[in-house]
Design a binder for this molecule. Structure first.
Ligand SMILES: Nc1ncnc2c1ncn2[C@@H]1O[C@H](COP(=O)(O)OP(=O)(O)OP(=O)(O)O)[C@@H](O)[C@H]1O
Ligand SMILES: [Mg+2]
Length: 302
């Protein structure tokens, strides 16, 4: 296993330190996004990284950004070789960077789901027992869903289940009208339609590779008065992938941090204090899932 990269410190102006990425400002128009191997679960960054995770996420994002070019995105390049201050960090940064257009982030998470799972399933299930307040955002999420759907079932039409993008704390469910009020009718229509388009196109491509793309989260920003996709694209950190054969036999195991989440739930951690150290086999199994997804999706060996 190669050495994991948990901490990244570059001689550039730090713009933001995310849970997974360090973001530097190259100039007034460009940012450098560097993906570390950090892994977060339940909104906490785990004490140990997963070796190569940042490389895998960047390669998967690149695969999708290059295939889904019809929709405008923030990518300028996947290399920082031309930045003189970074010459001595070349090995560390290889396949971990995205040079992107600095954007004003639209403060919502654009979540599209093709299957009844995760928080959509929880909402649907809850509504079966105690009807959800009709004016709540979750009521809008489930309003078109017929009765009697099972967990993991494919939806007739993908569902749009947006949330706010909170700086601190949890993201909260919201409605289309919240987005319209924030960015205006025209931009809201554009981002919602294109989020659905990206999901549908990616889902078909993934399916041909034996993968079910159950759902995804997109982020959008505005740069130079153009609305563009920002952040990562269709990575296992932002999307749920299942194996088609397993799916058909009723097993819904994700190609992502599910192994870490399951272990944390069993560990007795209270989800308030610092998270516990992950055992070596949990780190290895998680890495293996990320590698398998990269290889199956892109055909690329790491
Ligand atoms: N083109 C862009 N312009 C401005 N900000 C961007 C751009 N692309 C991505 N970002 C922001 O960079 C951050 C990515 O870092 P990372 O994935 O580590 O964050 P996160 O921990 O997932 O999210 P957050 O810090 O928002 O909770 C996100 O906050 C994202 O909104
Ligand atoms: Mg992120």
């Amino acid at each position: 296993m190669s050495t994991a990269v948990a901490k990244i410190e570059l001689p550039l102006k730090l713009f933001k330190s995310g849970k997974v990425r360090e973001i530097y400002e190259l100039d007034s128009e460009r940012l450098l996004l560097v993906a570390s191997d950090r892994i977060s679960a339940f909104d906490y960054v785990m004490p140990q990284p997963i070796p190569l995770k940042g490389v895998i996420l960047t390669k998967i994002s690149r695969f999708w950004f290059e295939r889904l070019k019809d929709v405008p995105n923030h990518i300028i390049s996947f290399s920082c070789d031309e930045i003189p201050q970074l010459a001595k960090f070349k090995n560390l940064l290889k396949d971990r960077v995205m040079v992107v257009r600095k954007s004003k982030v639209i403060p919502f998470e654009f979540i599209i789901r093709g299957y009844l799972f995760g928080s959509l399933y929880e909402t649907y299930e809850k509504n079966c027992h105690t009807p959800i307040e009709p004016s709540s955002p979750e009521a809008e999420w489930i309003k078109d869903l017929p009765k009697g759907l099972k967990k993991g079932e494919e939806l007739k039409k993908p569902a749009f289940t947006p949330t706010t993008k909170a700086d601190k704390g949890h993201d909260l469910p919201c409605t289309v009208s919240d987005i319209e009020k924030s960015v205006g009718l025209k931009t809201a229509k554009f981002v919602i339609e294109n989020s659905l388009k990206i999901y549908s196109e990616a889902r078909e491509i993934a399916f041909k590779r034996g993968l079910v793309l159950a759902d995804t989260k997109l982020e959008w920003g505005i740069s130079d008065s153009k609305t563009i996709i920002i952040d990562e694209l269709l990575t296992p950190d932002s999307s749920r992938y299942w194996d088609v054969k397993q799916y058909k036999s009723g097993v819904l195991e994700q190609f992502d941090k599910q192994i870490v989440r399951d272990w944390l739930l069993k560990s007795g951690w209270d989800r308030k204090s610092s998270p516990p150290e992950l055992p070596a086999d949990i780190i290895e199994q998680t890495q293996a899932r990320y590698i398998e997804l990269l290889e199956r999706l892109t055909g690329e060996k790491i």
